[in-house]
Design a protein around this ligand. Structure first.
Ligand SMILES: *[C@@H]1O[C@H](CO)[C@@H](O)[C@H](O)[C@H]1NC(C)=O
Ligand SMILES: *[C@@H]1O[C@H](CO)[C@@H](O)[C@H](O)[C@H]1NC(C)=O
Ligand SMILES: *[C@@H]1O[C@H](CO)[C@@H](O)[C@H](O)[C@H]1NC(C)=O
Ligand SMILES: *[C@@H]1O[C@H](CO)[C@@H](O)[C@H](O)[C@H]1NC(C)=O
Ligand SMILES: *[C@@H]1O[C@H](CO)[C@@H](O)[C@H](O)[C@H]1NC(C)=O
Ligand SMILES: *[C@@H]1O[C@H](CO)[C@@H](O)[C@H](O)[C@H]1NC(C)=O
Ligand SMILES: *[C@@H]1O[C@H](CO)[C@@H](O)[C@H](O)[C@H]1NC(C)=O
Ligand SMILES: *[C@@H]1O[C@H](CO)[C@@H](O)[C@H](O)[C@H]1NC(C)=O
Length: 414
């Protein structure tokens, strides 16, 4: 799945843009696999407040989780932070915390995740505990991360958590399995480009993502997010989860031969009963998603270009999961079964689509499986042109269950 986008909606703080730098701390890679984390942490301690931390082009070995803090400073990362492939070591993540800061990868720097060892080790098993995220912007406000590359991430490439007013621009993320043992299966699931959680006013701009999962996924309590793709809500147990004011524009989503694209815009909510422990299990949460705009979306060969699952068994109609991914992830969700179909209380309200075009790899182009417990309401559609495989539109290729008060989708059948 690959996504490109251009959108200009950055609420950049002047402070973050023009911070005068008091000090500069330059860290040179020690080389020979020697851990560079202590030197980098020392540089942040010295220059993280109003200073400039510079890592010239080189590979920096990171063999421990790092939390770095920046206040009014800038981090210039010209090379890669290269995570050691010691899969048993990583439990915690690397966090960047602070306010009014800039992280600039200059188009040559970022994170090399050594994800291949994880892909081969997990062999497609999905959410194995402890997989680290490459970058987590945590407890941050007014920050910019730009010109950043994330290669072979082990898990979600980036997370924005408990943060506000963050711009992530000009990102290149590529998680590609190179182990022939995968034999055509998707071994790079959960390598999301970015996830937001408990955050507001986050802007994603100019992302290129290749990988086996969501480009951008919005987790609970994400509001005023600008950009792309929706997934997995109500996952975290009994909490009330809110998703609001999401704007997505100018996005191209493309199928990849070894990671079948399930949905172009994919909305998921959990069943209304708690089964298992998130992230592998979930359910029982409630909440709502409101005021989503999706504009100029082009989808190439998704299984179902527009997809919402909350009630039952897509895309394997003979089984009844609350929702599920493509075949490689099925095991993960197999504990969710027909007993709990149609129980999701999560409300999907006022989602608006403008100019959505593309093709489906199968017969359906739209499948909105809203739950009887919380029907979908107030959705609008204009200029939708989605063609099923074979090129001939037909009755039944647009399915909307428990779908009320919508406009502009006359082909919708229940
Ligand atoms: C860093 O490592 C990658 C992968 O091993 C290599 O392609 C790249 O040239 C290295 N970069 C530098 C600056 O040494
Ligand atoms: C974020 O803030 C919370 C509450 O102050 C704290 O417990 C947590 O450790 C912080 N996270 C990081 C990565 O600093
Ligand atoms: C969120 O971050 C702020 C600092 O920006 C901190 O004061 C607060 O405790 C954090 N909340 C949680 C739940 O970590
Ligand atoms: C991602 O990496 C793979 C393997 O290196 C490469 O073949 C592919 O072209 C890359 N994708 C993009 C979008 O650059
Ligand atoms: C989301 O926000 C609501 C309302 O502020 C709060 O009650 C709930 O605990 C939050 N849930 C999460 C997962 O942060
Ligand atoms: C819906 O969200 C957009 C941002 O995507 C915001 O500009 C607009 O004010 C919101 N509309 C309502 C009715 O809240
Ligand atoms: C519709 O979206 C496509 C990209 O998918 C874009 O090229 C085209 O200009 C858009 N049309 C309008 C009227 O905005
Ligand atoms: C479905 O859930 C019910 C109730 O928890 C359980 O008894 C049953 O074994 C489950 N079926 C499958 C196929 O997992």
């Amino acid at each position: 799945m690959q996504v490109r986008s251009v959108i200009l909606l950055a609420a950049l703080s002047a402070t973050a843009q023009n911070a005068p730098h008091k000090n500069t701390c330059t860290v040179h890679a020690a080389g020979n696999g020697i851990d560079d984390a202590p030197a980098i942490l020392a540089a942040f301690a010295k220059c993280g407040e109003g200073g400039n931390i510079v890592l010239p082009s080189a590979n920096y070995t990171i063999s421990r989780p790092m939390t770095t803090h920046l206040e009014g400073g800038q981090f210039d990362l010209h090379g890669y932070l290269s995570f050691t492939p010691d899969i048993y070591y990583w439990i915690a993540n690397s966090h960047i915390t602070g306010r009014d800061f800039i992280v600039d990868g200059h188009g040559t720097g970022g994170v090399f995740g050594n994800g291949q060892v994880w892909y081969s080790w997990a062999r497609g098993a999905g959410n194995l505990y402890g997989r680290p995220m490459s970058v987590s912007i945590t407890n941050a406000t007014r920050a910019v991360v730009k010109n950043f590359r994330i290669i072979q991430p082990q898990f979600w490439s980036s997370l924005v958590w408990n943060s506000t007013d963050i711009l992530l621009t000009d990102f290149y993320v590529n998680a590609t399995n190179l182990d022939p043992a995968a034999n055509g299966q998707n071994w790079v699931q959960n390598t999301d480009g970015s996830d937001t959680y408990e955050s507001a006013r986050i802007t994603y701009q100019n992302w290129v993502y290749q990988g086996g999962d969501d480009c951008i996924a919005f987790k609970p309590n994400s509001t005023q997010i600008t950009y792309w793709a929706v997934s997995e809500f109500g996952q975290w147990g009994v909490e009330f989860d809110i998703l609001q004011d999401i704007h997505v524009e100018d996005v191209v989503v493309k199928n990849h031969p070894t990671a079948q694209l399930d949905g172009g815009a994919y909305f998921k909510s959990w069943i209304g009963v708690n089964v298992g422990i998130p992230p592998n299990g979930g359910g029982g949460g409630s909440g709502y998603c409101k005021n989503v705009t999706i504009k100029n979306l082009h989808i190439i060969d998704a299984t179902v270009p527009l997809l919402l699952t909350s009630e039952d068994g897509f895309p394997v109609p003979t089984t009844y999961y609350a929702y599920l991914y493509a075949t490689p992830c099925r095991l993960t969700y197999s504990q969710l079964n027909a007993t709990y179909a149609n129980t999701s209380p999560f409300v999907w309200d006022s989602v608006h689509f403008y100019n959505v075009t593309g093709t489906s790899a199968k017969g359906q182009v739209i499948d909105f499986e809203c739950s009887t417990a919380a029907p979908c309401e107030g959705w609008t559609f204009s200029d939708i042109d989605l063609t099923p495989v074979g090129g001939v539109k037909k009755t039944g290729d647009t399915v909307c269950h428990n779908f009320f008060d919508y406009e502009g989708l006359p082909e919708c059948t229940a």
